[in-house]
Write a protein that binds this ligand. Structure first.
Ligand code: CO
Length: 211
């Protein structure tokens, strides 16, 4: 059996196991009502459901390299709008992870060619914003870890800059925004930043005529 055939065969066993445990499992998933939107890294070691002990139907997921929230990313923005406006999620979680290849790459001066350079530049911008704090850390590994945390914080701030989040906060007092970092070495999630509908937004980003 080839590697991809193994996936299809695993799937049959998994589906049968789920039905055995809970006969109505798939029927009950005809509609989804997830409370959470997860914006995580594409890294294969950080699967949203497994590390949070959740099942299909519980988390709406978007993943990209280094869990970035970029205001021209139509893919991310459509996921965000659908999750917030239509699914009415209560929490949006941006989850980074220590040992992130995107963070490490952005800290080098290597040319990764145009598309990756473009993407990683967003992390370099986070580095530049927090250069003093980061360069005071002499240990390179610890500096990467801190940039991982600051990157998550900046992406949460980016969420709050969108009219999608600001409108939802004004109208429904939700969602709560969370910045988490996952440890590949211990499997644990740490909360590093959060914002509620009452959090202050830098006035230059705050809309005062939302309808
Ligand atoms: Co990563």
């Amino acid at each position: 059996m080839s590697a991809y055939e193994k996936l299809l065969s695993n799937n049959k066993s998994w589906a049968a196991g789920m039905v055995k445990e809970s006969p109505d499992f798939f029927r009950n998933l005809a509609d989804q009502h997830p409370e959470f939107l997860w914006i995580g890294c594409s890294d294969s070691r950080v699967p949203a459901n497994e590390i949070t002990g959740t099942l299909p139907g519980e988390i709406f997921v978007h993943r990209n390299l280094a869990n970035l929230v970029i205001h021209t990313d139509v893919n991310l923005l459509s996921v965000l709008e659908y999750a917030v406006v239509h699914l009415k999620v209560k929490h949006v979680i941006v989850c980074g992870h220590y040992g992130c290849g995107g963070i490490k790459a952005a800290m080098t001066s290597h040319d990764f060619k145009q598309v990756l350079n473009m993407w990683l530049r967003n992390i370099k911008d986070v580095y530049r914003l927090h250069r003093n704090e980061l360069e005071a850390i002499s240990d390179l590994g610890k500096r990467e870890d801190r940039l991982t945390e600051l990157n998550v914080q900046e992406q949460v701030l980016h969420l709050a800059k969108t009219s999608i989040i600001q409108r939802a906060w004004q109208h429904t007092k939700a969602p709560h925004l969370h910045g988490w970092v996952y440890g590949l070495k211990d499997g644990l999630l740490r909360s590093v930043f959060s914002m509620t509908p009452d959090s202050a937004i830098d006035p230059i980003y705050a809309y005062d005529d939302l309808r």
